[in-house]
Design a protein around this ligand. Structure first.
Ligand SMILES: Nc1ncnc2c1ncn2[C@@H]1O[C@H](COP(=O)(O)OP(=O)(O)OP(=O)(O)O)[C@@H](O)[C@H]1O
Ligand SMILES: [Mg+2]
Length: 340
């Protein structure tokens, strides 16, 4: 007999797994959120917010934290206009300023027949009249330090032309590319730099457990399955998407919970490969060894360093190995040994 009829589902709310879902609470990002709040604070007192450069590798919560904060600003302050712009979509000076125009004035400017300086005047004279503070987040902003670097300059120099105008820019990027920008852009931008480090294995697991609690019915996925997904995924975004796929496969099978075969199918792995990386790592730990040297020995199975390090963290969590960071001169290297 089939457990799940066609209209039965393991999802309480499928939207919880969408890419643009903004969770109410961000785990493990207290320090970064505090820094963003510090940048915002002057605006709450009617003064200019600080500029910020938000950097970190993929799926570390950069976009989500800014969106969370902007949501709060919209709910709590009418003096600040927060505008989020993805610079991969709005990828020219004109498109970015048209989007700002749309939000500040409530309608889009004509697509032709208006000069950049007219556009600039319309936006900033409207803001000056309304006495509003402008806070613009420019996401995926690498091009702003090269081809489109006048965007930052033009937003931030607006106070020179319009009295009493207060605006700040928060750039979101995977790497700090400020060195590519003109001196005049660097000087006017002078941001607070906020860094987002990759999540640890344990943190990814807890975020997935929380997401499952919000989006799935009880017991639709076990903690063990979540740990396997975290271990196999290359980042948090991939882990969330993989969990959704595994649950959809379980649904398609008309069972009440995700099984190992669903996860294997998502990651295209055979059962016999299960824990193979763990076994090879343990077999190479007859003596303590540096993480970089150990990676060279197991690279052919691990394929990438993130997956390798995540497996180490998992082994440490289950008290099978010890990971001891080595002195700073050696960067982020660690000494790995068996826990006896
Ligand atoms: N601390 C967190 N708690 C809960 N969910 C999180 C957290 N951090 C990230 N996420 C989720 O992970 C996914 C990726 O996050 P986000 O898009 O913010 O990453 P990003 O750093 O902007 O990545 P990219 O550089 O690729 O744009 C989103 O689905 C988001 O909801
Ligand atoms: Mg992002």
């Amino acid at each position: 007999m089939k457990f799940l009829l066609d209209d039965q589902t393991l999802f309480k709310n499928l939207e919880i797994f969408d890419n643009d879902f903004v969770p109410e609470e961000l785990l493990y990002r207290d320090n970064q959120l505090k820094s963003l709040e510090m940048c915002l604070k002057p605006a709450l007192k009617g003064s200019k917010p600080l500029n910020a450069l938000i950097i970190g590798t993929t799926a570390t919560g950069k976009t989500t934290s800014v969106k969370c904060l902007f949501k709060e600003i919209k709910e709590q302050s009418s003096n600040i206009i927060p505008i989020y712009i993805n610079c991969q979509i709005y990828n020219t000076h004109y498109k970015i300023f048209s989007e700002i125009h749309k939000i500040v004035l409530g309608y889009s400017p004509p697509t032709s027949g208006i000069s950049q300086s007219d556009l600039f005047d319309r936006i900033f004279s409207s803001l000056a009249k309304k006495k509003k503070i402008l806070l613009i987040a420019l996401d995926d902003s690498d091009s702003l330090f090269t081809a489109n670097s006048m965007v930052i300059y033009d937003i931030l120099r607006s106070h020179e032309i319009f009295d009493n105008l207060k605006s700040a820019v928060w750039c979101i990027s995977q790497k700090n590319k400020m060195y590519l920008a003109d001196d005049k852009v660097r000087s006017i931008f002078s941001p607070v730099i906020i860094e987002y480090l990759p999540y640890k294995f344990k943190e990814i697991v807890e975020i997935l457990v929380k997401r499952a609690g919000l989006g799935l019915y009880n017991n639709a996925i076990s903690r063990e399955s979540i740990e396997t997904i975290a271990e196999q995924s290359f980042d948090l975004r991939n882990a969330i998407e993989s969990m959704k796929k595994a649950v959809l496969l379980a649904e398609a099978d008309s069972v009440k919970a995700v099984q190992r075969k669903h996860i294997n199918s998502v990651f295209n792995i055979e059962d016999k490969e299960k824990n193979q990386l763990e076994k090879v790592i343990l077999a190479n730990l007859k003596n303590p060894i540096e993480s970089g040297d150990l990676y060279k020995k197991v690279e052919h199975i691990a394929n990438n360093y993130t997956k390798f390090y995540r497996t180490l963290e998992k082994l440490q969590q289950s008290e099978k190995i010890r990971i001891v960071p080595i002195s700073k001169q050696k960067g982020r290297s660690s000494l790995i040994s068996i826990k006896r």
